[in-house]
Design a protein around this ligand. Structure first.
Ligand code: GLU
Length: 337
């Protein structure tokens, strides 16, 4: 909570492609969480260092979310226009001895890591091979073949990283499990982990509602914020939407892009109705606007398990599974993120 006690939430999509039902579910919950407490909702376009960045995707995302009935306060913040802010934050980390350039490839890190496998690749445990190795970014660049860039790593301290997630409860992690994580692959420090943390703090964001795939990122971002002396938001990591096979939504599960549903003539109220049903907020088959869900919204009603795009949900929105897609096994009860 900020000094005035007002809730400030945000929607922060990356323009890597069209938004689908999974993104929409997360954004609806982020929006409801803030609006149901009279809070503000900010919008940020996270368009840094994305090899998959697509031209036109940012304005399409805004259109899709407006179509759904979401709104936000003020003009969207665009990260690629804020490079001096990230450069300044990086400068402070360097001055405090908390950042260094690293030339290790992902394979180098995988070969030397001791932490459990299966982590998000950007948080693989890193033992610190490049600590103190290069005097500058340029020196690290010179040690690499042309076309490859170093990464900035955070010099993590020992001990536990812990926070109270508003959805998942207490999250605790030995910092060594992540180690000196890479926070940007850019001379100015303009990468997701640093930029997102710095931007949330600069905008006075009090709560970050986002997908459960970013829990490890929260442990990294909290360390960055602490080192920068910036306030931390509350985190709320909500389950993803998956298909019956337990995997993230993909083309083989049917076209769940909001733009495709819109083009097919599906009313946005139907889409929101499905998202609300998945979230324990409405019975199956309801047709609603997001504003209809504001009164009485309670995050505790959202099921702990991922929402599942099953045949019933598909039929409701008229989504067809591509003929070539293999039938997937049904998700077993008790499956979790
Ligand atoms: N831009 C990220 C994404 O689209 C979300 C980051 C966040 O919510 O912190 O996956």
């Amino acid at each position: 909570m900020s000094a005035g006690g007002a809730v400030v939430g945000r929607l922060a999509p990356s323009p890597t492609g069209a938004l689908h039902l999974g993104n929409a579910r997360t954004f609806l919950l982020a929006w409801l969480s803030a609006r149901s407490r009279g809070g503000r909702v900010l919008f940020r376009i996270e368009d840094l260092d994305h090899p998959k960045k697509k031209p036109g995707a940012a304005s399409a995302m805004l259109d899709d979310l407006r179509w759904l009935g979401l709104d936000w306060d003020g003009a969207p913040v665009v990260q690629s226009r804020r490079l001096p802010v990230y450069r300044a934050a990086l400068g402070r980390l360097l001055a405090a001895g908390r950042a260094y350039p690293c030339v290790c490839s992902r394979r180098d890190v995988e070969e030397t890591q001791s932490a459990p496998h299966g982590r998000d690749p950007h948080t693989l445990a890193y033992g610190g091979r490049c600590r103190g190795r290069f005097a500058s970014w340029e020196e690290a660049c010179a040690a690499l073949p042309p076309g490859r860039l170093p990464a900035w790593r955070f010099r993590a301290g020992p001990g536990l990283s812990a926070f109270d997630d508003l959805f998942l409860g207490r999250r605790t992690l030995d910092r060594a499990e992540i180690g000196d994580f890479a926070f940007a692959r850019d001379p100015d420090g303009a990468g997701y982990l640093l930029a997102c943390a710095v931007d949330d703090a600069a905008a006075g964001v009090t709560e970050v509602v986002r997908g459960a795939d970013l829990v490890d990122a929260a442990h990294c971002q909290l360390q960055l914020l602490e080192a920068l002396g910036l306030p931390a938001p509350a985190f709320c990591h909500v389950p993803l939407v998956v298909a019956e096979d337990g995997r993230r939504l993909a083309k083989r599960h049917g076209d769940t892009r909001l733009c495709a549903l819109r083009e097919a003539g599906v009313p946005p109220e139907r889409v929101v109705g499905l998202l609300a049903w998945w979230s324990g907020l409405a019975p199956f088959g309801a047709e609603l606007r997001p504003a209809d869900l504001v009164a009485g919204f309670d995050m505790r009603r959202v099921p702990r398990a991922p929402a599942v795009l099953d045949d019933r949900a598909r039929a409701f929105l008229g989504i067809r599974v591509p003929a070539s897609a293999p039938r997937s096994p049904t998700l077993t009860p008790g499956h979790n993120v």
